[in-house]
Ligand binder design. Structure first.
Ligand code: FES
Length: 206
């Protein structure tokens, strides 16, 4: 399929035209009108190269449903990005380190891994690597903020389910040369005397 995307900045909209493949000749116009600081009216127009009435009605219904779904998903994604960005900004302004979070006794914790925990208002996933090292990693992908809480992991790597980018869990760095880095995570510390496991913030996160 070949698509042609044209952005019309002057009229706050864009047009997608199918040049080849399924639906060739179809044009979709998306027009937006700001209503208030956090409200936008969106109108989506479909121009279909189809003249048979019945077929046209079926296509219209199909496009209407998929459009609604896509915009709902986009809206949810943008709201998530918005709230994560605001939380990160609030954290940067704070001057003190959060207190350690006690996760419990080592053998009990191991039974629950991988474990999602909230620490300092952020979600992390505690995992155990093949060599027995316990680590926490951020659950938000630095690419488009995809969810990493249930991401496939193995051999110290983590793969984002949205676009497949790969991260080294130990360093947080991209493992596929893309230059991204996971947000800094707290350290997982095991008290050798009691086997109690805690999450402890790293000073350079501030
Ligand atoms: S959002 Fe994770 S790879 Fe794109």
């Amino acid at each position: 399929m070949v698509l042609d995307l044209r952005v019309d900045r002057a009229n706050v909209g864009y047009r997608v035209q199918t040049l080849a493949g399924d639906g060739v000749g179809t044009e979709i116009w998306t027009l937006m009108a700001p209503l208030a600081p956090r409200r936008t009216a969106i109108e989506v127009r479909y121009y279909l190269p189809e003249r048979r009435r019945e077929r046209l009605e079926a296509l219209a219904e199909k496009y209407r449903c998929s459009c609604e779904q896509l915009w709902d998903e986009d809206e949810a994604m943008m709201m998530r990005r918005d709230s994560l960005t605001a939380r990160a900004a609030a954290r940067r302004l704070r001057r003190t380190l959060p207190l350690p979070l006690i996760l419990g006794e080592l053998s009990e914790l191991r039974r629950q891994l991988p474990l999602l925990v909230e620490y300092d208002g952020e979600e992390f996933r505690v995992v155990e690597l093949e060599d027995g090292t316990l680590l926490a990693h951020a659950t938000t992908c630095p690419h488009w903020l995809g969810p990493l809480g249930g991401a496939a992991s193995g051999k110290g790597m983590l793969r984002c389910p949205w676009h497949g980018y790969l991260f080294d869990i130990r360093t947080g760095e991209s493992a596929d040369g893309r230059g991204y880095r996971l947000a800094q995570s707290p350290r997982v510390v095991v008290d050798p005397a009691t086997d109690e496991v805690s999450l402890i913030a790293c000073a350079r996160a501030l």
